[in-house]
Design a binder for this molecule. Structure first.
Ligand code: NCD
Length: 311
């Protein structure tokens, strides 16, 4: 079905720009200043087979602020997943109950699998170490909000191997002409097949293991958490845990307009003393999840966002 969102390849650049414009218009609705029940009578299934705070809550907030409703899979321990129900069977149920579903699952490819099984549109809320396209929409929104454009120097830092946010974001940004710098320890570098894909589409990519020397030229620093849950071996995780940390004292030579982003949760990648600098954007970024997902939900239902919301 056309409205599935599994990877960023499911959206053209024109569609992405239209969604970002819709998201912008919806800011007063996300803030609760205007009630705009565009999705009244619609029901979203929140199917989270892995922990989530922001993705799950911002989808729920987006749906409810637009007058729609949400049912949640809830804690896995209280669902039939513990009885051995397959993903296929669980998704078949949601297909009947809901009008759209968001799926987060530990297995890469699970969202496509669910989309093939379901009639209703499926949005990928993160499939293992695969992709996270709805996060990319809020990331693009945040970058555009700060800089007014996307063809910038963007530095992605941390777990680029298992981090699904950076997989989707690098694809999207390369399509809009950004220069990408990937900073990771060798064991967590960006997967070769993704780099090849990006290069085929003409992306300008630099690979490095050093964060500090890459700060002065950056317009965006995108920090990520080392994805502990994806390591087969705790010792392997401990070798790289805490490898990149950003603190206020590192920010002396950065551009005034540089922004620091993080999909969150952070562990120790960004010291809290960065939070009050003008560079920190990660909490705004998390808020932007509501408008980005509102715009995506409107698209799924073919509902157009009025030109002037609240007037
Ligand atoms: C990310 C995820 O789940 O991939 N979180 C999110 O959706 N904001 C990043 C992470 O867990 O590190």
């Amino acid at each position: 079905m056309a409205a599935d969102l599994i990877t960023m390849d499911d959206l053209t650049n024109e569609e992405i720009e239209a969604l970002l414009n819709d998201a912008e218009k919806l800011l007063p609705v996300a803030k609760g200043e205007v009630y705009l029940p565009l999705l009244e009578g619609k029901l979203l299934g929140n199917m989270f087979f892995e922990p989530s705070t922001r993705t799950r809550m911002s989808f729920e907030t987006a749906m409810k602020r637009l007058g729609g409703n949400v049912v949640n899979l809830g804690a896995l321990a209280s669902s039939s997943v513990t009885k051995g129900e397959t993903l296929f069977d669980t998704m078949k149920m949601v297909d009947g109950y809901c009008d759209v579903a968001v799926l987060r699952h530990p297995r890469q490819g699970a969202a496509q699998y669910a989309a093939d099984a379901c009639e209703i549109p499926i949005m990928n809320g993160g499939d293992g170490a695969g992709y996270h396209p709805t996060q990319t929409m809020l990331d693009l929104f945040t970058i555009r909000q700060a800089h007014g454009r996307l063809d910038l120097n963007v530095v992605m830092v941390g777990d680029l191997r298992y981090g699904r946010t950076v997989h989707s974001l690098s694809h999207a940004l390369s399509r809009f002409g950004a220069n990408l710098t990937f900073i990771a320890p060798a064991s967590l570098s960006m997967p070769e097949e993704i780099i090849e894909d990006l290069q085929k589409s003409g992306a300008n990519i630099t690979v490095s293991e050093d964060l500090l020397s890459n700060l002065p030229n950056a317009d965006v620093i995108y920090m990520t958490r080392i994805q502990k849950e994806r390591f087969a071996d705790e010792d392997e995780y401990l070798k790289v845990a805490g490898i990149y940390k950003l603190s206020r004292s590192n920010l002396k030579d950065v551009k005034e307009s540089m922004i620091i982003m993080h999909p969150l949760p952070r562990i120790d990648e960004i010291h809290p003393n960065v939070d009050n600098t003008p560079h920190a954007r990660y909490f705004d970024q998390a808020f932007n999840g509501v408008v980005a997902r509102m715009a995506l939900l409107c698209r799924v239902f073919g509902v157009s966002v009025p030109k002037e919301v609240g007037k």
